[in-house]
Ligand binder design. Structure first.
Ligand SMILES: [Zn+2]
Ligand SMILES: [Zn+2]
Length: 297
């Protein structure tokens, strides 16, 4: 097995490429970013100088994997045509930004049906992705990862079956994958705390979306209990999942090469990230798989 791709979501204050310096400062070798302000529809034009700096820093700082997270405003499941169109264009822009930076994956919340029901929403999301793909034939190096969700309200993507139903309707399925967030999956009702539960969980993953469809893992403990449908991230080992759940993922060869990224609360000094990464590294059986920057912490 190769060295783990471990890291966290990092701020892009000062420029998108600044996230790489933050990732490197805590010894990580993977990172998640927003490629623009995630709470706004429109971003500034792509900064070519920052793209060049990003390319240099990725190799200079030994960051081996980067993923972007799309705006929280995007709702490809919306039954409202204006919001759906706006969302479709915003996600196309997200893919274009990732493409410019050479980022292979863009994590997207599948959306919320807001009353139209899951069946209609599934068609709606797939139709949006199909149109985006048809309009961006040169973006094939950047794929969308639909994130499993905790299932609050009318959110889509509450089960692997629901994600699979969307992917099945995409004409170019190789351009869509899944982001498996441990907090969301647990809050949605999937248990993986004991070795037996983890084995059953992986069987479900394999029988639905297929494990190979998972492009990245979000490593968050859960403040809410199993099946609580609460999307509240907690520090590793301090939530309802506990460290054992993460130990299974970290030592499972099936996740070799799939990045594991924290989205846990933190201050600007990133101390909480350091503690969470230390906790994760302490659970790794083979010490040669710990990223060099995180060894001997
Ligand atoms: Zn997310
Ligand atoms: Zn997540």
């Amino acid at each position: 097995m190769s060295v783990l791709l471990l890291g966290a979501h990092m701020s892009i204050a000062g420029g998108v490429s600044q996230a790489l310096d933050r990732a490197s400062s805590i010894g990580s070798d993977a990172v998640q970013v927003f490629t623009k302000n995630n709470r706004q529809w429109k971003g500034p034009p792509i900064d070519k100088e920052d793209v060049a700096r990003w390319d240099e820093e990725m190799s200079a700082l030994h960051i081996d994997y980067a993923v972007s997270h799309a705006s929280y405003l995007i709702n490809l499941a919306s039954p409202k045509d204006d919001l759906w169109e706006k969302s479709l264009n915003a996600h196309k822009d997200e893919l274009g930004r990732a493409h410019a930076y050479g980022i292979p994956h863009v994590v997207l919340h599948p959306g919320a049906h807001t009353g139209s029901g899951p069946a209609a929403a599934t068609e709606r999301i797939a139709a949006a992705l199909n149109r985006i793909h048809a309009e961006t034939p040169d973006y094939t190096d950047t794929m969308t990862l639909l994130e499993i969700m905790a299932g609050q309200g009318t959110t889509m993507g509450r089960t692997f079956e629901e994600l699979q139903a969307i992917i099945e309707r995409v004409a170019e399925p190789e351009r869509v994958g899944v982001c498996l967030d441990t907090c969301h999956a647990f809050a949605a009702g999937y248990d993986f705390r004991t070795p037996e539960q983890y084995a059953d969980f992986m069987e479900i993953v394999e029988q639905t979306i297929g494990q190979a469809t998972v492009g990245c893992l979000h490593f968050n403990d859960s403040m809410g209990g199993l099946g609580s449908h609460k999307d509240r991230h907690q520090h590793i080992g301090q939530g309802e999942i506990g460290v054992e759940g993460f130990r299974h993922f970290l030592n499972d060869p099936r996740w070799d090469g799939v990045a594991m990224l924290l989205e846990t609360p933190k201050d600007d000094d990133l101390k909480e990230d350091v503690v969470n990464l230390e906790t994760l590294c302490s659970l790794v059986d083979d010490p040669t798989r710990i990223p060099p920057g995180l060894r001997g912490m």
